[in-house]
Design a protein around this ligand. Structure first.
Ligand code: RB5
Length: 150
């Protein structure tokens, strides 16, 4: 089965983690779409949250991983974008179940929270898990309804 294309984006705080994940994903045969940033120079995470999320919404990537210092700023920004379901995770169970139950399309990681080893476990759980559908599809539909009423 063809491996997924994973969009990556980060701010300066998440830059080293993004680069490490890019290397690992590529080694594992995934295609990577890198939406920046391109250095550890200070920059604004909402800008890169949007760039990474757009790649998913435009069909250029299957899933996206966003890295900032905590993962929280990226997740708040990403969840403002219609059609994005972003989950900030630092445990493998949540990273897996947010795909199974929430059909999350974006994983947010805190480079100052998790080390590279755990980050890779989180990414692996996220990109190898699929949405279960059924009653969970109804609930994800209700999230879309919330979005549409705003
Ligand atoms: C940058 O210092 C930091 O605020 C940012 O990476 C992120 O953690 C925000 O949520």
């Amino acid at each position: 089965m063809e491996k997924k294309t994973i969009a990556l984006a980060s701010d300066h705080a998440g830059f080293p983690l993004k680069e490490a994940l890019k290397k690992k994903l590529t080694e594992e045969g995934y295609a990577v779409a890198d939406a920046g940033c391109d250095s550890a120079e200070s920059c604004d995470y909402p800008v890169y949250a949007e760039k990474g999320c757009r790649l998913v919404l435009e069909g250029k990537a299957d899933l996206c991983v966003l890295c900032c210092g905590t993962g929280v700023g990226m997740s708040i920004a990403a969840n403002k974008i219609r059609g994005i379901r972003a989950a900030c995770c630092s445990d493998v169970f949540s990273a897996r179940y947010t795909r199974l139950h929430n059909d999350a399309n974006v994983l947010c990681l805190g480079a100052r929270v998790v080390g590279e080893g755990l980050a890779w476990e989180l990414v692996t759980a996220f990109v190898t898990s699929g949405f279960e559908g059924g009653k969970h599809a109804r609930r994800v539909g209700l999230i879309a309804d919330l979005e549409n009423r705003e």
